[in-house]
Design a protein around this ligand. Sequence first.
Ligand code: 13P
Length: 340
Amino acid sequence: MNTHLLIDTANKLVADDKGLLAMDESNPTCNKRFAKLGIPQTEEARRAYRELIITTPRLSDSISGVILYDETIRQQKKNGTPFLKVLADVGIIPGIKVDTGAKDMAGHAGEKITEGLDGLRDRLKEYFQMGARFAKWREVITIGDEIPSRSGLEANAHSLARYAALCQEVGLVPVVEPEVLMGGDHTLEQCLLVTQEALRNIFIQLNCQRVMLEGVILKPNMVLPGLDCPQQASVDKVADATVNCLLRTVPAAVPGIAFLSGGQSAELASARLNAMNVRWKAQLPWALAFSFARAIQQPALEIWRGDETNVSAAQKALLHRARCNKAARRGEYTNAKETT
Ligand code: 13P
């Protein structure tokens, strides 16, 4: 294991108050988002959209790494320049989503198990040779009647840990992503308990599989009440519940925690990350960063709508969100930033 490279990459991903931009939507997910806005669901439209993202001027001031998808990592700009070269030229570290999706778990109604371990070693080697330096695997957890089950959490944690060990073997930093979904009417307290239990299982399994925690980035959900919960929570309450959950479960050896946005509005995701850093940063052993997809991309996608004449305005919106989230890491994000 190249310990030095792994630690160096993990630290770079959360250095200088930057964060990750997740642009690794699978083709079906990307197409779904395009369909809602009347954008053609073609390989060329997906390519053009990703070209828009990675060629955004000054993106690397706020973004340390981008998470790509198998189709995207092999694509080029319209002029033939490989996306990987565009990223290398501006110093953005390329990462790659390597799970093959969450499927219904046998014997566990309502629960999912993430697939993708078969043949993973060879796929990881290829991605590393192409230039990727980190990878991502997402576990999906639904809160519902009697779920998640203990066996569901254990099986998913075991897969995440096996993925993480394989990543480190080839020199890729594993981004370990357990996502407790926002859908449902559960309370903030229920989300806290489930997220805690998921993280406990994950760190037990990471240790069992001999994963070096100094070379891991954790990508969890924030602790939130379900979308249909009548009792929504203030920004500060979410910040405190989330950080308390992490303090109880995440070892200090982990260099960084980069949140997913999970369907929160872009502004709320920034405000909640900001509150965590304002209220807790000085006492925390790890960096609190971001690895948002929708909370960075959505405003830009809505402006672009597949029209080349909108590229520059969309890039401005993308850069704005990236900068807001960098400010949130510093505890300097305010509502006023949205209008300046
Ligand atoms: P969202 O920020 O849109 O939740 O996406 C993050 C991600 O990478 C999901 O796997």
